[in-house]
Design a protein around this ligand. Structure first.
Ligand code: SAM
Length: 267
């Protein structure tokens, strides 16, 4: 029997540890960020549309680089994350950059208790849904925080990616909705050279589960795109096929690595 509170606490602990490593990592490159860089990738920048003057809720914001980037682009931003360390660092970045933002420590599933209001945009990206056991409940929260006519946008690693072993040699995990997967590791994608002991609790969700959860909760899908590259160099055996576009060596152009969805909350 899954104990969800234990799983969430475990994930909070592992993300607290990751936040310590990531905040000073080259991967996240806070120096460039503080010099004015926008950390968002070409995918969301080209697909989401203008955020200027819009209120934007960023779910699972880690230490807030993307959240603050949206603020640099003119949005009024609120970032939410389970990791108290992540949000502590988000506030450090906010102070250092002088950018206005609100950051809240909360499990996505508890957000109604911790935040009031409605937003023009709800945004979430890259490495988020695998930490959530129930996408129906997640989509209900997304819809709850959207104004009527508001936009939901997600850019996420494609669920096909999580079916493979880490070297993309064989199928190891189910594609469709899975039982909880407990995974132990000794390093993080942000800096593989730092030894850190992590226990993660994850769930796989196929693409239909994501789309149907959104539809069921009153969101009208404007598009669902599949991308043959990852904007992040996080997979073993990655090759940079063109600037900032990473593919897995040997299976280039064979599977999508990322998908994105834009949806509108029905009036
Ligand atoms: C891979 S990171 C998102 C990364 C983000 N795209 C970035 O690079 O900054 C996943 C985030 O989800 C957060 N998270 C995991 N489970 C959560 C939950 N139940 N509620 C809220 N946040 C959660 C973690 O703390 C972590 O910061």
């Amino acid at each position: 029997m899954e104990n969800l509170n234990e799983a969430f606490e475990g994930n909070r602990e592992s993300w607290n540890k990751r936040s310590e490593v990531h905040f000073v990592s080259e991967f996240y490159d806070n120096k460039s960020f503080l010099e004015g860089k926008i950390s968002l990738t070409e995918i969301e920048l080209s697909e989401l549309g203008d955020v200027k003057g819009k209120s934007l809720l960023h779910l699972q914001c880690h230490f807030g680089q993307d959240t603050l980037s949206f603020a640099r682009m003119g949005a009024k931003v609120t970032g939410v994350d389970l990791s108290d360390k992540g949000i502590e660092f988000a506030n450090v970045l906010k102070e250092k950059s002088g950018i206005d933002a609100e950051f809240i420590v909360s499990n996505v599933y508890d957000l109604k208790e911790n935040l009031k209001g409605e937003f023009d945009i709800v945004f979430t990206s890259f490495g988020v849904l695998g930490w959530l056991p129930d996408l129906d409940k997640w989509a209900e929260i997304v819809s709850h925080f959207l104004k009527s006519g508001g936009i939901f946008y997600i850019a996420e690693f494609h669920p096909i990616v999580w079916t493979f072993d880490s070297k993309f040699e064989f199928l190891e995990y189910p594609y469709l909705k899975s039982e909880m997967i407990v995974d132990d590791s000794t390093s993080t994608y942000g800096d593989e050279s730092v030894k850190v002991s992590l226990r993660d609790y994850n769930w796989n969700h196929g693409l239909s589960e994501v789309v149907n959860a959104l539809i069921k909760n009153g969101l009208e899908i404007e598009f669902l795109n599949e991308h043959n590259f990852s904007p992040y160099n996080i997979f073993e055996n990655s090759v940079e096929s063109s600037k900032g576009r990473f593919m897995v060596k040997g299976i280039e152009n064979m599977i999508p690595l990322v998908y994105s969805i834009k949806a509108v909350k029905k009036s």
